[in-house]
Design a protein around this ligand. Structure first.
Ligand SMILES: [Mn+2]
Length: 369
């Protein structure tokens, strides 16, 4: 049996500048990525893993601070198992003269192996009867994957476990419209004859289940969600390789949670109830409000939303599709008595058909423009 913690896409050094976050929160989001790396090492130690595999994009770019590289190495050095294998991804691709990887290697203790070359990496020196077969990225974008050398390999070194590590997309599983991310075919991976492929790149895990015996390959997803496109809780795989099967169990390790939600409401209490459910100091929310509110409630909405904002780390909302519920009083306030709109809308309001009333109101408003 071999126990591996499979992670990747930590993107250490991501600056979180794509949204207008308050500065304090932005700094916390930056720090969270490193804290999550420490959490992963802790989980690996607790589970008595022999190996940690980081399947690319440990770093967000080549321009991360030296101090961050040192911190990452120090954290990985806390792994009590045999070996940490780090694959360069497309964000932190391997180039011979890269300061990033030179700094990393200069600091790294022997138990950290950088999978920079397209060749087998036997791990017998670490006491593991395993060989890793990497597909490291050598640039930011490529229409060609890095599996080619495996097809030409005439003989595999002797070992119990033969494991692939790659960074890029798998057609049909991870989106790659223009073939820019080292696209691989599912069959191509399976035909290598390796027991399992540890994949990185797409930030959503695959398969998207809590545990699975589906072997062949798996994406770990990012352990620390990085934006509203990433709505999960942040995962890694605890992968156990048995004689005849591969067992993956999900570890939930993320600190921040990004939630994008459309809420159809009839009163502001519905908003408050929703926040009571999801609220927390590590929750970021992007909220779209739809539906109709009676006048009084409609006027209270921003006070209510301010209150809700206090219950989360961040709230961004769009209430442009939230309408005022029309009533005889609001119609009289807006249209002169006896005018055609007033007569039409009042009669619909008296019928109690809010749907037809709203539709007619919107048409009248359009004609008025
Ligand atoms: Mn990537």
């Amino acid at each position: 049996m071999l126990k591996v913690l499979h992670t990747g896409d930590l993107h250490l050094g991501m600056m979180h500048t794509t949204r207008n976050y308050p500065e304090g929160l932005r700094q916390n989001l930056i720090k969270a990525r490193l804290t999550t790396l420490a959490r992963l090492v802790e989980e690996a130690n607790q589970a008595a893993c022999q190996l940690i595999i980081i399947a690319g994009d440990l770093f967000n770019s080549h321009n991360v601070p030296q101090e961050l590289i040192r911190d990452a190495v120090r954290i990985l050095d806390g792994f009590a198992g045999a070996c940490v294998a780090v694959l360069p991804g497309n964000h932190d691709y391997y180039a011979e003269l890269s300061i990033l990887w030179q700094t990393f290697l200069a600091q790294a203790p022997e138990q950290i192996v950088l999978l920079a070359e397209t060749r087998p990496y036997p791990l017998h020196d670490f006491g593991l009867d395993a060989v890793l077969y990497p597909a490291p990225c050598d640039r930011r974008h490529s229409a060609t994957n890095r599996l080619g050398w495996l097809r030409e390999l005439s003989e595999k070194p002797a070992a119990r476990w033969h494991l692939g590590v790659a960074h890029g997309t798998v057609r049909g599983i991870s989106p790659d419209l223009d073939d820019r991310y080292f696209p691989m075919e599912r069959e191509e991976l399976l035909h290598t004859g390796l027991q399992h492929w540890f994949l990185g790149h797409t930030h959503t895990r695959y398969p998207d289940v809590e545990q699975t015996e589906q072997g062949g390959f798996a994406y770990c997803g990012t352990p620390e969600p990085d934006g509203f496109a990433c709505s999960h809780a942040g995962y890694a795989w605890l992968t156990t390789l048995h004689e005849d099967k591969v067992f993956n169990r999900a570890l939930t390790v993320g600190q921040y949670r990004f939630i994008e939600k459309t809420l159809a409401i009839r009163d502001v209490a519905a908003v408050e109830n929703y926040f009571a459910q999801i609220g927390g100091e590590n929750v970021l929310v992007k909220l779209y409000l739809t539906g109709r509110l009676p006048q009084e409630e409609y006027q209270q909405r921003s006070v209510c939303l301010d209150r809700c904002a206090g219950q989360v780390a961040y709230l961004e909302y769009d209430d442009s599709s939230l309408n005022l519920e029309l009533s005889p009083a609001s119609i009289t306030a807006e249209f002169p008595a006896g005018s055609f709109p007033h007569l039409l809308l009042t009669s619909l309001a008296e019928d109690g058909d809010q749907e037809a009333l709203q539709l007619a109101y919107e048409l009248v408003k359009k004609v008025k423009k």
